[in-house]
Design a protein around this ligand. Sequence first.
Ligand code: TXA
Ligand code: MG
Length: 327
Amino acid sequence: MNTIIGNDINTAADLLSQGQLVAIPTETVYGLAANALNPTAVLRIFEAKQRPHFNPLIVHCCSWEAALKYVSDVPDIAHKLAMYFVPGALTFLLPKKEIIPDVVTAGSALIAIRIPNHPTALSLLKQLPFPLAAPSANEFGYISPTSAAHVLDSLGGKIPYILDGGHTDIGLESTIIGFDLEDNVIVHRVGGIAIEAIENIIGKPILWATNKDLAKPQTSGQLLSHYAPNTNLIIGDVQELHKQYQGQKLGLISLSNSYDNLDFDQRFLLSPSGNLAEAAQNLFSFLRQIDKFQLDLILVEALPNVGLGRAINDRLHRAQSIFKTNN
Ligand code: TXA
Ligand code: MG
């Protein structure tokens, strides 16, 4: 199949209406979209990504009002958070209505719903009479795409059209939250909306999905090895690690310190000015780039564990865990 990159929303809408797949830009990462109400179309997503069927998909709508057609029993706290973070990088886990096919939620009674804050995605969604199921547009387990070129690298030849919306603003996947009967908010995946920002609105600490959930992952964000480059990667004290692994072909990913006293084949500074939003924006693109140099090992400096730093560290730790299990 010939994959075209373009910016024609009508072409994207036509293909999606025919049950075809289209990669779409969002403010977090690019998504691989299909008509969420058409099970045959949705199955094509799993095929193209080689994604296991137990792994459910986020459904994207053009507005909170539109999303409410597909969910029930929405707690007040969810409506309140929607006032602040819709459209945005926050995904809500809520009870689904019957109209949503089981293949979308992998049989779960809950659906993950998000309204992306991206002009192209929103115009497309407004034009369509159905919502879009869309996981990140990468092959399963690899790094999420933050540009149309990344999508082409991962899925070229497998999908007809990539709707180009430029480099994504945030660069990390959405934060996924659920709710319990006591109006608590439970985080299932850290992401583009900082935990602190959610806690500010709800006025109490967020709860964390438990280890029990880890044993049987509810979200692929909870699978330990995920978002991973092919090159081994290790996080820690860069000076120490460099001593331990010297003699090997080493790469560096750090926030702003270039460790000029140490030898590296490649250095990637996520944000020379130490800005975490800029670091998030660069992370996946830099991981893809550094993965092309056939290094023996990438040494990574952990970032401050606040704001978006927490989500960046989460993705880096998952990228590292393949190294841990293979060695
Ligand atoms: O920013 C994002 O969230 C991007 C853009 C495209 O919207 N999407 C994304 O999708 O990251 P994906 O499939 O790569 O990750 C979505 C996560 C998965 O870990 C999936 O297991 C979880 O959301 N998820 C989806 N539906 C769910 C459900 N019904 N219950 C629990 N987890 C769900
Ligand atoms: Mg993904």
